[in-house]
Design a protein around this ligand. Structure first.
Ligand SMILES: Cc1ncc(COP(=O)(O)O)c(C=O)c1O
Length: 410
């Protein structure tokens, strides 16, 4: 069984289900009982993969984790309550006060805020580099660096970087690469094949199957030698290559309590089954819309990694042979024009979120990035003239007709 869609639909080799249900049941139970005292002891010690309490593990969540593991060809996966929970769990597991994280300003606004504001009082430092510049990346890493963090295609700047080259530099310094693969998912980007050690994903987006539920994923690709990390070194003695996931499951993830609910895990497992269909359709729609916008005189510029005008088009084609997903940005003459354009739309929804089945539009500078100064926004690649479109899976002619309405209003 090798193709993505087949694996996504059937999951792991058949488990016998009590009633022959074809959909995995939702185990809506907080606690699980044990036949003997010895069994419950082994479960608590993590020496037997048995479920005891749903904040730590749950059979429905486990089914979702195993299906993602299969699709990503990873060592293991932990599902959490949101994409932000995935990022914070990973950083809490890898870093400590006095340590640093090497990243870029071109990342999702809340992730930027997490690193810059939330972690700061706990003594974690953040160093910002331009990921395109390998010399400045190498210079920023030292023996206190616990991770190089970046996004696969940055949101909303849509920058594509040579992830293999970045991984090579990080690994020369024995530092793991943590990649936010939300906008591609394992369907468009096999992070393991490009040297990524840990992938974090907001499964709220594509994977949830149409904005059905919040969720996040931590994927350990099994590449990194965790004995290089001072906090994980003791865990490698008992858990070997599984040290990172074991430390999360038995301490950080367990204690933070940001677990995925069984209901959300069930919705997201169903979402996986149609993932490739939906991504193919939204990517094709996005390319057609980007090309159409590119030809419109009132549109100053369009940013989409498959456009001929995109500076790293060849790199994007190499990294993402199946397409680059549904997000594009375009610039109009002013913020006022952006507002007039958005307000004239009748089909496209004015809403935050990405990778829904519905096409969504937002003005990032006045919403997701509203807490930042004009200078900060400029350094984060967020312009007042920019709109972000997250293209859904409607019929493309209908989306184009609506965008045409927006242009007429200018
Ligand atoms: C690239 C990226 N990473 C992480 C997140 C956070 O995900 P969540 O909203 O599930 O916490 C988002 C949310 O938009 C995102 O766009």
């Amino acid at each position: 069984m090798s193709s993505f869609a087949t694996k996504a639909i059937h999951g792991l080799p058949h488990k016998v289900e009590a009633h022959g249900a074809l959909r995995p049941p939702v185990y809506d139970s907080v606690a699980f009982e044990f036949k003997t005292s010895r069994d419950i002891q082994l479960a608590f010690e993590g020496r037997k993969p048995l479920h005891a309490y749903s904040r730590i593990s749950n059979p429905t969540v486990d089914e979702f984790e195993q299906r993602v593991r299969l699709l990503a060809d990873a060592l293991g996966v932990i599902a959490v309550s949101s994409g932000m929970a995935a990022i914070s769990n990973v950083i809490m597991a890898l870093a400590e006060a006095g340590a640093n994280l090497v990243t870029t300003r071109w990342i999702f606004g809340n992730t930027y805020s997490l690193f810059k504001q939330t972690f700061k009082p706990w003594g974690l430092k953040t160093r910002y580099v331009n990921m395109v510049n390998s010399v400045s990346l190498a210079a920023a890493i030292d023996d206190q660096t616990r991770a190089v963090f970046l996004e696969v295609i940055t949101n909303p700047q849509l920058q594509v970087t040579d992830i293999d080259a970045i991984a090579k530099i990080a690994h020369q310094h024995n530092v793991p690469v943590v990649l936010d693969g939300t906008v591609t998912s394992p369907y468009l980007f096999r992070s393991k094949d490009h040297g990524v050690d840990v992938e974090v994903i907001s499964s709220t987006k594509y994977i949830s199957g149409g904005a059905t539920s919040m969720g996040g994923l931590i994927v350990d690709n099994g590449i990194f030698d965790w004995s290089n990390n001072p906090k994980l070194r003791p865990f490698t003695k008992s858990f070997g290559s599984g040290a990172f996931l074991a430390y999360l499951r038995h301490e950080v993830y367990r204690n933070e309590g940001a677990c995925l609910s069984p209901h959300n895990a069930s919705l997201q497992t169903l979402g996986l089954e149609t993932l490739s269909l939906r991504i193919d359709k939204s990517s094709a729609n996005a390319l057609a819309i980007a090309q159409w916008l590119h030809g419109q005189p009132k549109v100053r510029s369009v940013n989409y990694p498959q456009l001929d005008s995109y500076p790293e088009k060849e790199l994007a084609a190499r990294l993402f042979p199946r397409g680059v997903g549904g997000i594009l940005t375009f610039d109009l003459a002013s913020r006022e024009q952006c507002y007039a354009f958005q307000d004239a739309l009748q089909l496209v929804r004015r809403a935050t979120n990405i990778n829904d089945n519905k096409t969504l539009i937002i003005h990032p500078a006045s919403t997701i990035f509203c807490e930042y100064s004009t200078e900060d926004k400029a350094s984060m690649g967020v312009r007042d003239t920019m709109l972000r479109l997250s293209v859904g899976i409607e019929d493309v002619e209908d989306i184009l007709e609506d965008l045409g309405r927006g242009l007429v209003a200018l």
